[in-house]
Ligand binder design. Structure first.
Ligand code: GLY
Ligand code: MN
Ligand code: MN
Length: 430
């Protein structure tokens, strides 16, 4: 494995917590993602479904995890089904998990080959009343593709029409939103790799450089540090592109006098980091760019300080909106009348800051977490205010990743990644 896996004890603990929340006489199933085809015999690189990974550490296609706390036989309380490996497969694809290696990785004693699944599952189905299915209920999901999990659920409902069904997702949303110490270390590692990439490009960016050349520098630095690469599609946006929130073309040349907004970060061990920095292409901010940058940085600092146990995501965003409104007035972008006349459903500041300030971060970049529940210690959030000014040809966003503490301010996992404008200017000139 490229990355250092978490210890089996972590996965054992997580499964225990999950099973404690299941109804009596119920069984939960979790599938790997498919390997997605391109055409002919080409495929996209495999990316594991984060839930089976979270519960087992298995980073391999065609795997199934079954959790059944009330199984008649103790050996069937946790079962892992894996694609059979053999000498032939090993020659073509390299070693897949053996039963022994899978047990050591996951802490699951019972590992069967996938070909035994139908038979074993039929037997277990007679011992349970309810199947927990793992549907995607993320607040931002917009998936058209039928996943391996979806196909399994469809088939299972056909094969076992008399069973009741329940949802795994709400349990996972709660468990995954609170990070264990080991998980925070993986995210920290992802942040540290991101730092390496950012420092590399501070030395590289100058007028005439192309956005894709910056992407290449970052990819190089991420891969050589045992990351699989970008945690999400990198946004490397110079000049007016910095106002396009989801710009990923990365095909323009950086011009002197422009700002360069980079929303780029590494993954590590399937955990995301999520960073945005905005730097001057020529190494020096103009006074106007600097004024906007300073405003965004102030909002970010104040927003971060508000992330505490008990706080509600919605009211936090309302408070950040008020702070941003004050900054926009000071920058001459809004006046008092704009604010007095604003529609509370569409406050005036949203003209310049149209996205959210924070989201959960973890195995997914926009991670699990039920937003109506109060914040709690060991939740990891991004803080990412921005001001976008198409009329002036630039936008500024700054984004760090923080861990909520029981007491006091959150810990910033990106505290070593330069953000002070003076530091950025100095490093670009050194
Ligand atoms: N990079 C995606 C985001 O900032 O939410
Ligand atoms: Mn981001
Ligand atoms: Mn983000």
């Amino acid at each position: 494995m490229k990355y250092k896996s978490l210890p089996a004890s972590f996965y054992q603990q997580v499964r225990k917590q999950f099973m404690q929340k299941m109804k009596p006489q119920s069984l939960a199933i979790f599938n790997s993602n498919d390997v997605y085809p391109i055409s002919a015999d080409s495929t996209l690189p495999f990316a594991q479904h984060r839930d089976i990974f979270y519960l087992s550490g298995v980073d391999q296609e065609e795997s199934i995890l079954v959790l059944f706390p009330d199984a008649y036989e103790a050996k069937h309380r946790e079962i892992l089904f894996l694609r059979e490996t053999n000498a032939h497969i090993a020659v073509w694809e390299g070693a897949k998990l053996s039963k022994k290696a899978a047990s050591a990785l996951t802490g699951i004693e019972t590992v069967y080959w996938l070909k035994d699944f139908d038979r074993v599952f039929q037997e277990l189905s007679t011992q349970c009343e309810t199947f927990y299915f793992n549907t995607n209920e993320h607040y931002r999901q917009a998936v058209e593709t039928e996943t391996r999990e979806d196909r399994f659920i469809k088939q299972c409902k056909l094969n076992y029409p008399a069973h009741q069904v329940a949802k795994s997702n709400p349990i996972l949303q709660q468990l995954r939103s609170i990070k264990a110490e080991e998980e925070i270390q993986q995210i920290q590692q992802a942040c540290d790799i991101t730092e390496e990439g950012f420092r590399r490009i501070l030395d590289f960016v100058r007028p005439g450089v192309w956005e894709f050349e910056i992407e290449a520098e970052l990819a190089h630095e991420f891969l050589r540090n045992r990351s699989k690469g970008f945690a999400y599609q990198p946004i490397i946006a110079s000049g007016k592109n910095s106002n396009v929130l989801h710009y990923t073309d990365n095909n323009q040349q950086c011009q002197s006098g422009d700002l360069l907004l980079m929303d780029v970060a590494a993954e590590y061990g399937n955990y995301s980091s999520d960073m945005t920095r905005t730097i001057p292409v020529s190494g020096k901010f103009s006074p106007r760019q600097r004024a906007v940058y300073d405003a965004v940085l102030r909002v970010k600092k104040q927003a971060t300080a508000m992330l505490k146990p008990g706080v509600l995501w919605k009211s936090y965003h309302e408070e950040v909106g008020k702070i941003m409104t004050g900054e926009l007035i000071d920058l001459g972008l809004l006046d008092k009348a704009d604010v007095q006349n604003e529609d509370p459903k569409m406050p005036a500041y949203k003209k310049y800051f149209m996205h959210g300030t924070s989201h959960h971060l973890g195995l997914d970049t926009h991670d699990y977490g039920l937003l109506h529940l109060p914040m709690a210690a060991n939740m990891v959030f991004t803080v990412e205010p921005g001001i976008y000014l198409p009329e002036e040809g630039f936008g500024v966003r700054l984004e760090d990743n923080v861990v909520i503490q029981e007491q006091g301010e959150p810990i910033n996992l990106m505290k070593n990644i330069p953000i002070a404008p003076e530091a950025i200017e100095e490093l670009m000139h050194s």
